[in-house]
Write a protein that binds this ligand. Structure first.
Ligand SMILES: [Zn+2]
Length: 149
């Protein structure tokens, strides 16, 4: 139903509570279904975590920048820009509902896990797969990407 009526997800993100039973053990889970909507909500989530631990930007100073399929968050309070992520699942934090039928729909834990909140910060810390040293080339990637926007 949500996949056929994505417009409603511009205004709200429903939380789905369900239970699973495994080995006789019942577990109740909560998931938020949300739509990837730039420039406000990457993967349907309003990211607020800045790489600078002293920054604590208010929500209106964190922006999602880039294209629908490849984007980053940027903090206008301190100037930090994250590494870019792609429009796909980043398990176990973000799951794409259906990459073919509903590529902009995602679900994630509710309430948001620390791993979800820090998804862009953690992605920015990890060295690029092309370079193993501490001097990652991600800064160069970001400055090259800057020209695209
Ligand atoms: Zn900041």
């Amino acid at each position: 139903m949500m996949a056929a009526n994505e417009e409603i997800l511009h205004h709200t993100s429903p939380v789905i509570i369900y239970s699973t039973t495994s080995d006789g053990q019942q577990t109740v889970r909560a998931r938020r279904l949300a739509k990837h909507t730039l420039p406000w909500r990457a993967f349907g989530y309003e990211f607020r975590a800045c790489m600078n631990p002293d920054c604590n930007p208010p929500p209106y100073q964190m922006h999602v920048k880039g294209k629908t399929n490849r984007f980053r968050v940027a903090c206008s309070k301190c100037g930090w820009k994250s590494a870019k992520l792609e429009l796909k699942s980043y398990e176990p934090h973000v799951y794409q509902v259906n990459p073919v039928a509903s590529p902009l729909l995602f679900w994630h834990s509710y309430p948001a896990s620390p791993g979800l909140q820090n998804l862009f910060v953690d992605a920015s810390r990890k060295p690029s797969s092309r370079m193993a040293g501490p001097e990652s080339d991600s800064d160069m990637d970001i400055s090259v990407d800057e020209a695209e926007e």
